[in-house]
Design a protein. Structure first.
Length: 374
């Protein structure tokens, strides 16, 4: 299984001029549930966009004593791009950008928690799992390919197509991107370059400690920013608080009433399993004390996370995206207030991304264009 750095060197293709050919680039945005593909032409216009559910059901898995390699995902990407190109008249593919939730390493994903092959042997479920992406695409299409994690890809999209679009000198930009979604992640652009780290996984500031011995995080530690300021964190916090209520508190809870308004199991523990971030926000808006405490915790933890972004990278702007932040922009004000309490730098401006849910797609296109430009 390939360890090491996430760096792949590919020679640029040189073409003879043919005015009848359509020069295109491709960008993939890979998530745990869906993959989107954008094919764009050389004039920066979109040619095609397609979306499929992420394939975790393929049986294309290789096993060794040290772990496994899942090839089903790269096979899906190759098939999707071939189908998209087949619908164009004489396309000439110049480069491919791939954006995915990590961790990334050596041109692929290294044991990603959101993509677990359904057919993975039980004996290998606790062993390292590698999902190659760059090499299979490069072999299939004979063009430069590069991979970034989702937050680094998003900040690249922001620089070229979002808040930094009109900046003529990208080397003068100091911009960070934070996502508040299923998790909490960060990317940073510092004076003309992405801050990547040795394997491309820099920016994991969702795993700094917000509360000592706090809620269990998906990473296995306790009290992380992500354990409170994320969709999963909001649900986990609300669940823990509801289960700790006495019977009287449960009967008077607006959040419990919202959970029970549809047909639901009678057991309280099963009822609590119906929690979603949307229900917590709805109950908080109606004054439910448990829900309001959960949202306050999220704003507090995110504020600590944003202060870490500001202190670490000293950006002019923190652009914010992700499903939770985009659906609830009212979070930004309390997050900024908390952030300012912990700063040793000039406070950055905090703004929602103008690219909305397509910020990572735009990052994939920007990555491909950078490859094409050399």
């Amino acid at each position: 299984m390939p360890p090491g750095r996430n760096r792949v060197v590919v020679r640029r293709r040189r073409f003879r001029y043919d005015g009848d050919m359509l020069d295109v680039i491709a960008g993939f945005d890979i998530g745990g549930t869906k993959i989107s593909l954008v094919v764009a032409d050389s004039s920066d216009g979109r040619v095609q966009r397609s979306v499929e559910s992420t394939d975790a059901a393929s049986g294309s898995i290789d096993y060794t004593a040290e772990g496994s390699t899942y090839r089903g995902l790269s096979e899906q990407l190759v098939r999707m791009l071939r189908a998209a190109l087949s619908g164009l008249r004489r396309p000439r593919l110049g480069a491919i950008g791939v954006i995915s939730a990590g961790p990334i390493r050596n041109g692929g994903l290294w044991s990603p928690p959101n993509i677990v092959p359904a057919g993975l042997a039980e004996s290998h479920r606790e062993l390292p799992r590698f999902i190659p992406l760059v090499d299979p695409l490069r072999r299939a299409f004979s063009c430069p390919v590069d991979l970034l994690n989702d937050c680094n890809g998003a900040v690249l999209g922001e620089v070229y197509y979002g808040l930094g679009r009109d900046a003529p000198d990208k080397s003068a930009l100091h911009l960070a991107y934070a996502t508040i979604s299923t998790g909490f992640g960060v990317g940073a652009w510092d004076g003309g370059r992405l801050v990547l780290g040795k394997d491309g996984n820099a920016g994991e500031l969702g795993h700094i400690v917000a509360r000592a011995d706090g809620l269990l995080c998906g990473c296995g530690n306790r009290g992380c920013v992500e354990a409170y300021a994320s969709g999963s964190g909001i649900v986990g916090n609300a669940r823990a608080r509801l289960l700790a209520l006495e019977d009287a508190g449960r009967s008077g809870s607006e959040l419990v009433r919202l959970l029970a308004r549809a047909d639901a199991p009678s057991a309280f523990e099963a009822l609590v399993d119906r929690l979603t971030p949307a229900l917590v926000f709805e109950a908080a808006a109606q004054g439910d004390p448990v829900a309001r405490s959960v949202i306050d915790d999220a704003a507090f933890a995110a504020g600590l996370g944003f202060s870490a972004i500001a202190n670490a990278y000293d950006p002019e702007i923190i652009s914010v995206g992700g499903g939770i932040a985009l659906a609830h922009p009212e979070l930004l004000e309390p997050i900024q207030r908390e952030m300012r309490r912990h700063l040793n730098v000039v406070p950055p401006e905090v703004r929602l991304t103008p690219l909305g849910t397509q910020v990572t797609e735009q990052g994939a296109v920007a990555l491909a264009r950078r490859l094409l430009a050399g």
